[in-house]
Design a protein around this ligand. Structure first.
Ligand code: LLP
Length: 463
């Protein structure tokens, strides 16, 4: 996203087509630690390993395609977020990025809370033993049934997203004899610099209640009037895959000014603010993400400064990182099936997965990197497009990348940074079977989400 068209690489100056790619790296065999999970290495025999296990062995045992997740990295990232934000703040992992029962248990063990946005995510969280009070429930159109289950389970907070929902949650809580803790999600009018479909705080979109025109203040008024709701705070989420802190700072400032308005009008100081998720990760060597401690410091500073100048006590801050925790922890392992060199254009390398296991390239024009993982090669860099096996030409996994020119059927390719929004957005297009998620730790691998089977597909086909 940050890359500009590169004029021409050194070796292929005469044949490189226009495109958005960086020059080929000096050494194609080197793994840039920025984009790979922490325990990923290239071993002396040339094979890439994770958690001490070579990908050749993983492919043999679990098949391809497969998402391979570095459990130590996941846990370490949870801890750095928790430590960076400290005791006076809460970190909610956004389950939409990737959720499974193992993940819920890791979160529990590492002291994180969980944000869910559907009945299915709630069921997964509860079935893996996440205490309900550590769950926040999101969504712009939660069904009555979902709300009822969340209130009955005793979730720690429901984030209200519309005027209708204020009344809906209040009625359900009242009928269950519960006073439900809620936050109100506001749209602060910030243009986050990211893809339009993943930017969420500008006004012309479906989420939240606008600060502009006094809508959010009206929502607060209504929520405060309802006895079955305990309004504990204001929520803002400005978008996803964002590198620039400026948007978060503006959001924090605007949310604090709403808190001041609420205090002036109602004499109530709301004790919490949630600044959402959205921190970007490195998909390619050109991306430079922020570390959790930088983010925590910037947010704490801006909130305390703004509160001080408004004469408010500093509220408890929470954040909801999804991608920044799970994204970098996994890579997708594919096997090459065919290689087609298109003279003067690029080489199409087809793998055994595609848009059914990673829709992000097709949907957001996302950029990924790729490495030959089953061996090293001294062959010259070859401009490649890694494509899947689906029946459409937009089925692209990595749009522009350099692979060694001797890449051949049977080689294993690994695409890093696929932990977030890949398995969770996977589909059965062309009746593809969704790949497994294999967690690796200390030389041991275990399936945490198994590969789908044809029986799984046929079980739903009851006609
Ligand atoms: N909190 C709320 C209220 C959200 O809506 C989201 C993401 C998050 C937290 C987590 O955001 P993260 O830290 O993961 O950026 N499918 C898209 C991303 C959609 C994000 C939706 N909401 C993608 O693949 O880029």
């Amino acid at each position: 996203m940050s890359r500009s068209a590169h004029p021409a690489g050194p070796r292929h100056a005469d044949v490189l087509p226009e495109g958005h790619y960086s020059p080929p790296p000096a050494d194609l065999n080197r793994l840039d630690e920025k984009v790979w999970a922490r325990t990923v290495r290239r071993e002396d025999d040339g094979v890439v390993s994770v958690g001490g296990l070579p990908v050749t062995e993983l492919a043999e045992r679990f098949g391809t395609p497969a998402y391979i997740l570095d459990e130590d990295d996941f846990r370490a990232r949870c801890r750095s977020w928790a430590e960076a934000f400290g005791k006076d703040a809460d970190v909610f992992y956004a389950g939409k990025a990737f959720l499974s029962r193992a993940v819920v248990r890791w979160l529990g063990e590492e002291g994180l809370n969980l944000d869910v946005c559907s009945g299915g995510e709630l069921a997964t969280a509860l079935s893996a033993g996440m205490p309900a009070e550590r769950i926040a429930f999101h969504g712009n159109n939660k069904s009555g049934e979902e709300i009822r289950r969340a209130v009955e389970a005793g979730v720690g907070r429901i984030v209200l997203d519309s005027f209708q929902e204020i009344v809906r949650v209040a009625h359900i809580a009242q009928s269950l004899g519960v006073r439900q803790r809620v936050q109100i999600r506001v749209t602060v009018g910030v243009e986050a610099h990211t893809h339009e479909f993943i930017a969420t705080a500008h006004e012309d979109q479906k989420f939240g209640i606008a600060l502009a025109g006094g809508q959010a203040a009206e929502a607060v008024r209504r929520a405060l009037r309802l006895d079955s709701l305990e309004l504990v705070g204001i929520h803002s989420h400005i978008g996803s895959q964002i590198f620039d802190m400026a948007g978060f700072e503006v959001a924090a400032r605007r949310v604090v000014s709403l808190l001041a308005e609420v205090r002036d009008e109602h004499g109530v100081e709301l004790p919490e603010i949630d600044l959402g998720g959205g921190l970007g990760i490195a998909y390619t060597s050109d991306d430079d993400p922020r570390e959790p401690h930088e983010i925590a410091k910037a947010l704490h500073e801006i909130v305390s400064r703004e509160c001080e100048s408004a004469g408010l006590a500093t509220p408890r801050i929470s954040v909801e990182p999804g991608r920044a925790i799970v994204g970098p922890t996994a890579f997708t392992l594919y096997e090459v099936g065919t290689v087609k060199a298109l003279e003067g254009l690029r080489t199409y390398v087809s793998v055994d997965g595609g848009m059914s296991d990673n829709i992000r390239t097709a949907l957001y024009d996302a950029e990924y990197s790729v490495s030959l993982a089953s061996r090293t090669s001294d062959a010259a860099p070859m401009l490649s497009r890694v494509v899947g096996k689906h029946c459409e030409s937009g089925d692209i996994v990595v749009k522009d990348a350099f692979l060694p020119a001797d890449v051949a059927p049977g080689d294993l390719l690994a695409v890093p940074a696929t932990g977030a929004y890949c398995r969770s957005m996977a589909s059965n297009y062309n009746h593809a079977l969704r790949p497994p998620v294999v967690a690796v730790r200390n030389g041991e691998a275990r399936v945490i989400v198994r590969r789908e089977t044809e029986e799984d597909l046929l079980r739903l086909d009851v006609g």
